[in-house]
Design a protein around this ligand. Structure first.
Ligand code: GLN
Length: 454
């Protein structure tokens, strides 16, 4: 197939299903088709060696793309055309991938269902009455619906892995620092990571390889060599030591979900791995810790949206203070406001020690839980989510139920370690995800395990 035909196939599929799935906020069709023609002219030459030569990719709309509308799912950025590219976009360009469009998401990546997008509700391609998960719901749905074979998402507390699980695709949150955050619109800077969503583990490994590495523009990116992740895809996991935290199979986890993990462990055992039950005793504090820290960081990160520098500006202001206030009141949605208020409160003097500082201390304990387990085991395995995808509208009125969705993914972000979700069976016709968690910068073992299982 030629590159223009391949890109044409993406847009054809989008034309067929997008009305129902609603994964994209913005399409990049004219540019993408031009780029495809330009790449086609390079086929067979030395200039066709990019790792993702001619491959169509969708990008979550909180990753800035030069000249291409970037909204972060928010009305406060409804007119924002960035003047620069995120580092991952430069890397995709080096890899010769082709950007098909920008993908729907919960506003500023706050949510677990993509219902918090201020643009549209994305549907789960497996059952259009259900959510695709979130916040990278567009990224997962677009891959699951066959609109693009590759997409990028971001994961602060589960936003790549949970939608990957709900949509039956593969999604990885890299080690904190593995992928540059330069040009990722910040939610909680100490937790955010960009990562790949794909149909299979091999594609996932190749996309991660293309976007990883230290970046002078992001001081938190790590100067650790990038492995050739695809080399790890041998199918050999003999002697692999797996830990299964009892907290990940306890109360609140659906029986089908538990069963799917037990079945997966049998498959892995059959391939020569061994597993034992372990404990991550501070997991129970994960949710509370995460919502304090992520909201605190968000309240600070979102201070820049003031109607002055870029984005939406209210027309309804007679003073500068009114301009700030009304821009933010009109531009941000309810969930974003809730987090800003919670974060501002947790950081305010008099409450800082009791909430923010305490949460930082608990975060250290959670990180230590993982370090202790990884002294003896190669990977940690459990479900990605406690249940399969729920109905659109089912949880939106109750933020606490919505937050509970990420109970199994959040500790991984707090610890900074890598985690993948791979499809592992079904419950009532909806896909389930198996979560495989690795040591810092050991994505290789995570991929090796996922590939052998898949
Ligand atoms: N659902 C979680 C939240 O609302 C995680 C979001 C994310 O990972 N970006 O914060």
């Amino acid at each position: 197939i030629s590159i223009p035909d391949l890109v044409g196939e993406s847009y054809k599929r989008i034309g067929e299903v997008e009305e129902k799935v609603k994964a994209f906020i913005t399409l990049n069709e004219e540019n993408a088709r031009k780029q495809a023609e330009a790449l086609q002219a390079k086929v067979g030459t030395d200039e066709s060696k990019g790792l993702l030569f001619g491959m169509p990719i969708g990008i979550k709309d909180n990753i800035v793309t030069k000249g291409l509308r970037t909204t972060s799912g928010s009305q406060i950025l409804n007119n924002f055309d960035p003047i620069y590219d995120a580092t991952v976009m430069n890397k995709l360009q080096d890899a010769q991938a082709i950007t098909i469009g920008k993908l729907n998401m919960d506003e500023f990546a706050m949510g677990s269902s993509t219902e918090n997008s201020s643009y549209q509700k994305t549907a789960n391609p497996w059952d259009l009455s259900r959510v695709p998960g979130g916040s990278s719901g567009g990224s997962a749905a677009a891959v699951a619906a066959g609109e693009v074979p590759f997409s990028l998402g971001s994961d602060t507390g589960g936003s790549i892995r949970q939608p990957a699980a709900f949509c039956g695709v593969v999604g990885l949150k890299p080690t904190y620092g593995r992928v540059s955050r330069f040009g990722l619109i910040a939610f909680a800077s100490s937790l955010d990571q960009i990562g790949p969503l794909t149909r299979n583990v091999e594609d996932n490994a190749r996309l991660l390889e293309a976007i990883s590495g230290v970046d002078p523009m992001d001081a938190t990116s790590a100067n650790v060599p990038v492995d050739t992740y695809s080399d790890a895809l041998t199918g050999d996991i003999k002697g692999l030591k797996i830990a299964v935290p009892k907290e990940y199979l306890g109360e609140g986890v659906a029986a089908d979900v538990r069963q799917s993990v037990m079945d997966a462990l049998k498959v892995l055992e059959g391939l020569g791995a061994t597993w034992e039950e372990v404990s991550l005793p501070h997991s129970q504090y994960g949710l509370a810790t995460y919502y304090l820290l992520s909201s605190s960081e968000a309240s600070s990160n979102l201070a820049r949206f003031d109607g002055i520098r870029y984005g939406y500006r209210t027309e309804n202001a007679e003073s500068l203070i009114d301009l700030y206030k009304n821009t933010r009141a009109e531009g941000f949605g309810d969930e974003v406001k809730r987090r800003i208020m919670l974060g501002t409160f947790a950081l305010s003097s008099g409450y800082y020690d009791a909430y923010y500082k305490k949460a930082q201390q608990v975060r250290t304990l959670i990180k230590k839980d993982f370090e202790d387990v990884f002294e003896k085991y190669d990977v940690i395995i459990g479900p990605t989510t406690p249940t399969p995808a729920f109905k659109i509208g089912e949880n939106i009125a109750d933020p606490l139920t919505m937050y509970a969705n990420d109970i199994l993914t959040i500790p991984v972000n707090l610890a900074g370690v890598p985690g993948i979700s791979v499809p592992c069976g079904f419950s009532g016709g909806m896909p389930l995800g198996l979560q495989i968690i690795g040591k810092h910068f050991d994505e290789k073992t995570v991929y090796r395990t996922a590939y052998a299982y898949e």
